[in-house]
Design a protein around this ligand. Structure first.
Ligand code: HAM
Length: 417
């Protein structure tokens, strides 16, 4: 038997209702915030991601599905959307003077990670990006959109972790101090952190290693190196969040795993996820449009992991057993009844009734068993008599009451009774 690729999952008919539910909320809440959907190809030129996410990040270094196509071009299955969206934004001239572009997306993404609960190699994200405003109002609007999605989905018990990476000037000043500190403890750090200290020192702060965490307790704090611009922005975001009654926790070591961020960064966490406790994250990326060849265009956005959201909703008992919703079951008796059965099914489907008819020439008993299993509201048996008189007996399954109608009157029959 050929198995699916490790870290990928089929979404089976039994669980598709969960996906439809979360997708409908993404659509609905995005529309309320006046965000428009953007779809891009699932693969991009590799440089789209290398030039934006950062050569020294785990995503680019270890996790990308990259291959040469038959023409020799290096192609990558998208590991995230922000870079691809910015590529599309520049290419399609979506930037116009003094305008803000508000976009959302949903779809599959690919990262070669070690699979575990809530961590897959093909996973899904919903995300939103607000491009064109440097102001804290847009940070807070984006966070409130994410918060509204969570609340509408029914997730109330999550934590919003907030930090600011400041502007490039503040970050450079901080990096010098951090490097000085890391140099002092370099021999005690984990192997991963030793490498990061050289390639991407800020990421050392994000280490999950117990010993590193202890060692980093006395590390210099980014916020202490902020200039006025970085400070003002961060304070303004916090004040607006408070005014909107969005609780948050400041996490001074939250740096995120992608290099394009500046100023505000945030994550949404929930205890049900175990070690994979962030089900969403985002931040401001003021330099990215320019970095990928566009004009200076400040922006902020976030993405939520859909598999992780579904795990949380399941643990909250949010999904009731999905009940099959079939309106009418048509049971033909014998081969002569097949044409009339299919004509009746066609009429009912044109009336937008969910109609099932037997396709396996089974006995009446087997067909009625299926009608019961499908929870049909009505059944119609088509036998010799029905063929001769072109009339039907419609049986209401809840109480067994029967109604006689002709084929011509079938359209007028009230199936809501
Ligand atoms: P990210 O934190 O890498 O951010 O991913 C966002 C979310 O995607 C995570 O919080 C998680 O729920 C989900 N996710 C990531 N990797 C996996 C995986 N292997 N399996 C299952 N779920 C996963 C970004 O992708 C940024 N583009 C977010 C952003 C948008 N920043 C600004 N705009």
């Amino acid at each position: 038997m050929i198995q699916s690729v490790r870290g990928t999952k089929d979404i089976l008919p039994d669980s598709i209702a969960k996906w439809h539910f979360v997708e409908s909320i993404f659509r609905k809440v995005s529309a309320i915030y006046a965000y428009k959907e953007l779809r891009t190809p699932i693969f991009e030129k590799t440089e789209v991601f290398c030039r934006s996410i950062g050569e020294q990040t785990d995503i680019v270094n270890k996790e990308m599905y990259t291959f040469n196509d038959k023409g020799g071009d290096s192609i990558t299955l998208r590991p995230e959307m922000t870079a691809a969206l910015v590529r599309s934004f520049i290419q399609n001239n979506l930037a116009t003077a003094n305008s803000v572009q508000k976009l959302w997306y949903y779809g599959p993404f690919f990262r070669y990670e070690r699979p575990q609960k809530g961590r897959l190699r093909q996973f899904h994200q919903y995300g939103a990006e607000c491009l064109g405003s440097p102001y804290p109002e847009s940070d807070v609007e984006i966070i409130m959109l994410a918060d509204s999605i969570c609340k509408t989905l029914g997730i109330a018990n999550y934590k919003l972790m907030l930090n600011s990476l400041g502007n490039a000037f503040s970050r450079e000043r901080y990096k010098t101090a951090l490097l000085h500190f890391l140099h002092k403890i370099k021999n005690e750090l984990s192997d991963d952190s030793k490498i990061r200290a050289k390639t991407n020192p800020l990421r050392v702060l994000d280490s999950k290693d117990e010993k590193d965490i202890k060692l980093l307790e006395n590390a210099p704090v980014l916020i202490d190196y902020f200039d006025e611009d970085s400070n003002d922005h961060f304070l303004h975001v916090q004040n607006l969040l408070k005014e909107n009654q969005i609780p948050f926790e400041i996490s001074s070591k939250l740096v995120r795993g992608l290099d394009y961020y500046s100023h505000t960064v945030f994550e949404f966490r929930n205890d049900y996820l175990g070690s994979q406790d962030a089900f969403g994250g985002g931040g401001r990326y003021d330099g990215l449009v320019e970095q990928l060849g566009g004009k200076h265009y400040p922006a902020i956005g976030f993405a939520l992991g859909v598999e992780r959201i579904i795990i949380i909703l399941e643990s909250l008992g949010m999904f009731a057993e999905s009940i099959e919703n079939t309106d009418v079951y048509i049971a033909p008796l014998g081969n002569e009844a097949l044409p009339l059965a299919s004509a009746a099914a066609q009429t009912l489907r044109q009336m937008e009734l969910v109609t099932v008819t037997d396709l396996n020439r089974r006995s009446l008993k087997a067909q009625m068993r299926e009608a019961n299993k499908l929870n049909c509201r009505f059944s119609i048996i088509i036998g010799e008599n029905e063929i001769k008189h072109r009339t039907f007996i419609i049986k209401r399954m809840s109480d067994g009451e029967q109604f006689e109608v002709t084929l011509n009157d079938l359209k007028q029959f009230d199936f809501t009774q």
